[in-house]
Design a protein around this ligand. Structure first.
Ligand SMILES: Nc1nc2c(c(=O)[nH]1)N[C@H]1C(S)=C(S)[C@@H](COP(=O)(O)O)O[C@H]1N2
Ligand SMILES: [Mo]
Length: 253
């Protein structure tokens, strides 16, 4: 972000934001097919049906007037590794998002490819467990589209987000279940507040999973892995803070 000119930033978001892709994407979100996937399952009991449809409800979306003048950064604000430094220097031209694990077709996507896919924009409130909130505008690839492109296998139950940063050698990672992964507001964001996502907020790609707390919003995402169990990932509790500080894995709000 630092080495990109303002003109290029505005150009790249401006070119896509008003285009057909956006409306196409909004249609995807509104389509009964997606709702069917989210609330699906003829054999489910009434109780689990209710649970699923609750979880598919949208987080509140705000208007541009509600956006916080300052959206603070938190946790790691730069992975500070040699590898990441080179990506900054190259404007993330050689960054790849890997989608692998329990998928039919593992993917390696460049940012150019990701930005050429349909995107969704949402203005939402971020709630950090430390007691602060901020309203920001996020633009990115619906996670569902990445998962569909890779072809999720029936054995997969969780999506793990591997990040480029660590705390004292323990890599930051997070995970969600497939209900949240297919939620229409779950996106891999590459834009924030009408600019390309900055380093402090997780460039070049960060998760937005709007029904959960701040620590689930993994920044610096470089790999999305589909797994059947979280047992063998990190400390086995599904995320960096879950492993190290006993935070809840399901941080629903
Ligand atoms: N990779 C990574 N993701 C992360 C963190 C982090 O330290 N590393 N911190 C989390 C926490 S606790 C919060 S509140 C948000 C902060 O996002 P922001 O810096 O864009 O405000 O990122 C979350 N995701
Ligand atoms: Mo947080």
């Amino acid at each position: 972000m630092t080495i990109l000119t303002r003109r290029r930033l505005i150009g790249s978001i401006g070119a896509s934001a008003g285009g057909l892709l956006l409306s196409g994407c909004d249609r995807i979100v509104a389509s009964p097919a997606v709702r069917h996937v989210l609330g699906a399952g003829e054999s489910l009991t009434m109780g689990s049906q209710r649970l699923l449809s609750n979880r598919s409800a949208l987080a509140r979306e705000f208007s541009a007037l509600d956006m916080s003048p300052v959206f603070r950064t938190n946790g790691n604000t730069n992975p500070d590794t040699d590898d990441y430094d080179s990506h900054i220097a190259e404007g993330f031209a050689n960054w790849r998002l890997i989608v692998d694990g329990l998928v039919r077709r593992p993917l390696s996507l460049s940012l150019a490819q990701i930005r050429a896919m349909p995107h969704r924009t949402q203005i939402t409130r971020h709630d950090c467990v430390e007691g602060w909130s901020a309203i920001g505008k996020w633009t990115g690839l619906p996670l569902k589209l990445a998962l569909d492109a890779a072809g999720v296998l029936a054995a997969a139950r969780y999506v793990v987000f591997h990040c480029a940063d660590d705390f004292d050698g323990d890599p930051y990672y997070e995970s969600i279940d497939l209900i949240d992964a297919y939620h229409p507001q779950s996106i891999l964001a590459w834009g924030m507040n009408d600019q390309l996502l900055g380093v402090g907020h997780g460039a070049p790609l960060r998760l937005r999973v709007e029904r959960q707390l701040g620590y689930k919003q993994a920044k610096y995402v470089m790999r999305v892995e589909l797994v059947a169990s979280l047992d063998k990932i990190g400390g086995g509790k599904g995320g960096y803070w879950e492993d190290s500080a006993g935070y809840q894995w399901y941080a629903g709000i």
